[in-house]
Write a protein that binds this ligand. Structure first.
Ligand code: HAS
Ligand code: HEM
Length: 554
């Protein structure tokens, strides 16, 4: 790897991990507000919603986008043995860093407390929207450059299977490019002119719909770098092989088909979208769970094989023969802890997507319970684990405090399980999300005091404290590694699993075109009626109400 690319990747890891200190601090503060430990609207000069915005944006938008680009550079370079273009990598980095600084300024100045979903009627300072747009455009640049590198590789290797990690990276960024087109339109055409004062009003329902066109594909953009690691690295680190290479390909292409057209499942309660569009969204969402089920069974089979290779006997003996605490194989811990969380994250996702059940959980604290077991579970753990791995590989420095490092993911996992259990238990009793409970419901001196939410919020607080402790241990290891002396050759080596069933070359699983065409068709089927609904029912005034339908507007 050239010095230039090394520096780009290292900066792309260093910037978000440093900001993460602020992001994790605000996570803890959220549990403190919610449990009613403090009864105030701000702490350390930062307002409640300002803190929640910083928490969501830094952890779920900045960290994930920077990491996906850095990891993409690493996988493309390692597997295709060709480096991305120098100018493109630096242009992308500069755009992303500048955009992040602009958005960070707006948030820290208290002028953009619009939450990480930033749709109206909440309004931010124009710099927040400009910064976000720059971050997104910066992350587009590598895709077009990687596609060039890929085409060149394909010409030289016409009948070779696309390496799974490269397939995953390209699928992920095609999803990302497609879904961000909608949010770019939302930001540039609807929000920015409104924030700059050129337009007095904004179409809230259209903006929300465009946001969620982006918003659910976003979660798979977060997930796929972790999936790439699970398919290509986990089996090898565990001591075995990937059960089936084709299973990985099918799962990745199914994500390409189904990640975007499911956004309406975030809008089941929006009155301006018809029941039929919502029903289609439920069915497609069940569909997008399929590649994760395929992944669950493929990985379980791969781990079983590894455990048996490591000497396990009996039906479940393999579970005991995996390198959970081997500090030389610490990435195993970061991945398995995330996978265990994802079993619960996935099941709760299916509850959310069931149209009728969604009524019970929507906008309650059940939701943050769900997504801390997904984005703050497999995604976050894989990302911070791999950041450490790349840091050590690219600088030639050994990990600082390896025995502490190996327990970090398990500590985090225990924290998340307790934290999410508290939030979900509370959610089923009606505890709202995005609410400073300490001001009212969790304040014994307030007339709205809800003592039945005391146990659930205390449970979430206990989990939050454990997660915070795990986060601090991680920072000690990460920054400690930066300050160590270089003791080994600085090179990128990614553990690359062999396949147990290495199926022969099948053109359909090695070409993007047919899948992209199918993706566009499914998006049209799901979104044309939805947008028509929004334009028809989401105009000015209250939505029409028919007594025959319990949902207004249909
Ligand atoms: Fe979700 C809301 C439905 C996956 C993130 N989701 C959210 C929000 C976030 C989020 C951030 O339908 C909140 C947005 C907001 O602020 O309003 N979600 C789903 C479904 C899935 C799903 C069906 N979500 C994710 C992932 C996320 C994420 C992944 C982040 C990365 N979600 C919803 C819905 C809503 C929602 C509704 C809106 C709700 C509302 O009302 O607002 C599926 O993709 C999940 C499929 C997953 C599985 C699990 C497979 C299990 C695996 C582990 C295997 C373990 C092994 C280890 C092999 C089927 C792969 C075994 C070894 C041993 C040793 C034991
Ligand atoms: C929101 C806690 C780490 C992503 C929240 C909420 C709490 C919380 C209590 C607010 C729930 C609400 O009132 O609606 C924590 C703690 C963490 C942590 C204690 C660790 C110490 C993370 C990580 C990620 C993440 C690592 C992602 C990588 C989010 C997102 C939101 C959120 C996206 C939603 C913000 C919003 O509703 O606008 N977190 N969190 N969190 N968290 Fe975390």
């Amino acid at each position: 790897v050239s010095r230039s690319l090394k520096n780009v990747i290292l900066i792309e890891l260093f910037v978000p991990i440093t900001l993460l200190i602020l992001g994790i601090y605000h996570g803890l503060m959220q549990t403190v507000y919610r449990a009613g430990v403090i009864h105030q609207s701000s702490a350390v000069k930062l307002d409640y919603y300002q803190g929640l915005t910083l928490h969501g944006v830094i952890n779920a938008v900045v960290l994930t986008t920077f990491f996906a680009v850095a990891f993409g550079h690493a996988t493309i370079t390692y597997y295709l043995k060709k480096e991305p273009n120098k100018k493109a990598t630096w242009t992308s980095l500069i755009l992303m860093v500048t955009g992040t600084l602009l958005a960070a300024y707006a948030m820290l100045a208290g002028k953009a407390s619009v939450l990480y979903t930033f749709y109206p009627p909440l309004k931010a300072h124009p710099l927040f929207y400009i910064g976000t747009a720059m971050l997104i455009v910066g992350s587009w640049v590598p895709l077009f450059d990687w596609l060039n590198v890929y085409r060149q590789w394909k010409r030289e290797n016409p009948h070779t299977k696309i390496p799974l990690a490269v397939l995953g990276t390209l699928v992920n960024f095609i999803i990302w490019f497609t879904c961000t087109l909608a949010v770019a339109y939302e930001v540039l055409v609807l929000l920015l002119p409104w924030a700059l004062g050129f337009k007095a009003t904004v179409n809230v329902t259209l903006a929300r719909t465009l946001f969620w066109f982006f918003g659910h594909a976003l979660v798979y953009f977060w997930l796929l770098p972790a999936y790439i690691m699970f398919y290509t690295m986990l089996p090898k680190i565990a001591g075995g092989k990937l059960y089936s290479d084709n299973a990985g390909r099918i799962a990745l292409f199914l994500f390409l088909l189904l990640s975007v057209p499911v956004g309406v499942h975030h809008q089941f309660s929006d009155p301006n979208i018809s029941q039929s569009s919502k029903w289609v969204s439920t069915i497609l969402t069940f569909g997008v769970a399929v590649p994760s089920f395929i992944t669950a069974f493929t990985l379980a089979a791969s781990l079983e094989y590894a455990g048996k290779k490591n000497g396990a006997k009996g039906l479940f003996g393999w579970m005991g023969k995996l390198p959970y605490l081997d500090h030389n194989k610490y990435m195993f811990g970061y991945m398995i802890a995330g996978l265990i969380l994802f079993i619960f994250g996935g099941l709760t996702g299916i509850v959310n997507s069931s149209y009728a059940l969604n009524n019970v959980v929507h906008n309650t604290s059940w939701l943050p319970g769900h997504f801390h077991m997904t984005v703050a579970g497999p995604v976050f753990l894989a990302m911070i684990g791999m950041s450490l791995y790349l840091l050590s590989a690219l600088t030639g420095k050994k990990i600082f405090l390896p025995k502490l490092n190996v327990v970090v993911p398990y500590l985090w996992m225990i924290g998340v399980l307790i934290f999410s259990a508290g939030l979900m238990y509370g959610g089923l009793m009606g505890e709202p999300r995005r609410t400073n409970l300490g001001m009212t419901y969790l304040n014994p001196n307030h007339e709205l005091y809800h003592p039945q939410w005391v146990p659930s919020t205390l449970l979430a607080l206990a989990g939050g404290i454990i997660m915070f402790a795990a986060g601090m241990c991680y920072f000690i290891v990460f920054f400690g590694t930066i300050f160590k002396k270089k003791t080994q050759e600085a090179e990128v080596y990614l553990p690359d699993s062999e396949s147990y069933h290495d199926e022969k070359y099948i053109p359909l699983f090695n070409s993007f075109k047919p899948w992209i065409i199918m993706m566009v068709i499914i998006i049209i089927i799901a979104y044309v009626p939805t947008i028509l609904d929004v334009l028809r029912l989401g105009g000015p005034g209250a939505p029409p109400h028919l007594p025959s339908s319990p949902t207004p507007g249909l």
